[in-house]
Design a protein around this ligand. Structure first.
Ligand code: MG
Length: 386
C-alpha cells in the first residue's frame, strides 16, 4: 500500500540503542505507543497555546491540538500513500517540549536561559531554549521509563520529524554530538521525509482553524471581522451560506471552518501529488534531495498566510491575551530564578549530568499551566491569576 517514497519501517535508520523488534508492531507503531504512554504526553492536557486553562473548559489544549494534527496528517497520509503510523507518532510528539503558557512561556524561558550564558557559559547555556529542540530532549533523554536507556529511544525518522526547526548554532551542536543525525539537514541542507513535511503543514492547518474557533468563542474576534478581513474565510463562509441560506451563529462558524479545513486538506493532497509526479522521487533518499514536496498551492499558501497575519494581529496580540501572556511571562521568570537560587527544591529525578541552568529549564518547561501557577503561589505568595 505504501508509495515507494514513503517511509518503510523495515528500512528505518533505527534507534540509538539497539532493541529487538516488537513481535506485533512496526517500529513506527511502537514509537507512537511510546509517545502515547509518556508522562510528557499526559501533561499536554494542561498546557495551552493562546488561552490559559483556567479561562474556560472548551478551549483547545496542547493535547487536543496534537490529536487534531494527528487526525489531519493521517488522513492526508492515507490518500498520498505515506506512512500513517509515522505521521501519527510525529504529530502526537511534536509539542511535547512546549513550556507552560505557550509561546509567552517559551520566550520567557529562552530569555532566562540566555541571561545565564554570560556568567560562565557552558555549552548547555548558550543554546537558550527552543521548544522543538526541547521536544527532542523529552523523547531522547528526559523521559525516565526504561531500565536500559534514557528517553523513549524512538526511531530516527520520528525524531527527525519532531525536530522541525532548529537554529543553526544549535544544529551544529547537535550535529557534533550525533554526526549525520537529525540535525544534519539544518547544517548541510536537504529536506526531511514526506511524513515530517506533512506533519508540519497539518500543524499549521490545525491551529489556524482551531484558533478561529476558540477566538470567536472567547469573544475576542467576531464572525464579521473574519468575513471582512480574511478573504480565505470569506470564501468558505459564502459557500456555507449559499448552500444553507439563513445559517448563522455557531453553526455558520463551524460550517465555514469545516469547509475551509476540507479545502486545505484537498489542496495539500492535489498540490503534493502534482509535485511528486513532477519530481518522481524513487525513494526516501531522493525525497531528501528535493526541495519541499508537501505544500499548498500558491493561492492557498497566500490565503493561509493572510489568515495567520489576521490571527496574529487580532487574536494573539489582542490586549486581553497580551495581558495574560505578560503575567505568564512573569510566572515563568519567577519560577526560573527561584529554582536557580534554590536547587535543593528541584525534584530528585532532575539530578544528573546537566548544568544547573539546564536542569532548571527542563523542570520549568515540563510544568503544566496549572502546576506552574500553583508553584508560583507557593514560592512567591502572590496570586497573579485570580
Ligand atoms: Mg503544534
Amino acid at each position: 500500500m505504501l508509495a515507494p517514497y514513503a517511509c518503510d519501517p523495515a528500512r528505518s535508520r533505527g534507534r540509538r540503542q539497539l532493541e529487538p523488534e516488537a513481535p506485533t508492531r512496526t517500529a513506527y507503531q511502537r514509537d507512537r505507543d511510546r509517545v502515547l504512554h509518556s508522562t510528557a504526553f499526559r501533561r499536554l492536557v494542561y498546557k495551552t497555546q493562546v488561552f490559559l486553562n483556567h479561562e474556560g473548559d472548551l478551549f483547545r489544549t496542547r493535547l487536543t491540538h496534537s490529536l487534531e494534527v494527528a487526525q489531519l496528517a493521517r488522513s492526508m497520509a492515507r490518500t498520498l500513500r505515506l506512512n500513517e503510523d509515522l505521521v501519527e507518532a510525529i504529530a502526537l510528539a511534536h509539542d511535547l517540549g512546549h513550556t507552560p503558557f505557550g509561546h509567552a512561556g517559551q520566550d520567557a524561558l529562552n530569555e532566562c536561559v540566555r541571561s545565564q550564558a554570560s556568567a560562565g557559559s557552558t555549552e548547555d547555556e548558550v543554546q537558550g531554549f527552543e521548544h522543538n529542540l526541547q521536544s527532542l530532549r523529552v523523547v531522547d533523554s528526559l523521559e525516565e521509563r526504561y531500565p536500559a536507556f534514557d528517553g523513549l529511544n524512538l526511531s530516527f525518522e520520528t525524531r527527525e520529524g519532531i525536530l522541525k526547526h532548529c537554529s543553526s548554532n544549535n544544529a551544529r551542536r547537535l550535529e557534533a554530538r550525533e554526526p549525520g543525525g537529525v540535525a544534519h539537514r539544518f547544517v548541510a541542507g536537504g529536506s526531511p521525509t514526506l511524513e515530517a513535511q506533512l506533519c508540519n503543514l497539518a500543524d499549521e492547518i490545525a491551529y489556524n482553524a482551531h484558533d478561529i474557533d476558540d477566538g470567536v468563542r472567547s469573544g475576542l474576534i467576531t464572525l464579521d471581522q473574519l468575513h471582512d478581513e480574511v478573504p480565505l474565510f470569506r470564501r468558505y463562509m459564502g459557500l456555507a451560506l449559499s448552500t444553507h441560506p439563513g445559517l448563522k451563529g455557531r453553526r455558520l462558524l463551524f460550517e465555514a471552518i469545516r469547509l475551509m479545513l476540507s479545502a486545505q486538506v484537498y489542496d495539500v493532497i492535489d498540490q503534493t501529488q502534482y509535485r511528486l509526479t513532477a519530481a518522481a522521487p524513487e525513494g526516501v533518499a531522493e525525497v531528501r534531495a528535493c526541495g519541499a514536496l508537501v505544500g499548498f498551492s500558491e493561492d492557498m499558501r497566500s490565503g493561509s498566510n493572510e489568515l495567520k497575519r489576521f490571527l496574529r494581529a487580532a487574536l494573539y496580540h489582542h490586549p486581553q491575551v497580551q495581558d495574560t501572556t505578560d503575567r505568564a511571562r512573569l510566572v515563568v521568570k519567577d519560577l526560573f530564578h527561584h529554582y536557580l537560587q534554590h536547587p535543593y527544591d528541584l525534584p530528585d529525578d532532575h539530578a544528573g549530568k546537566r548544568s544547573l541552568t539546564r536542569r532548571v529549564a527542563d523542570h520549568v518547561a515540563g510544568m503544566t499551566d496549572r502546576f506552574a501557577l500553583k508553584d508560583h503561589v507557593r514560592i512567591t505568595g502572590h496570586t497573579l491569576f485570580a
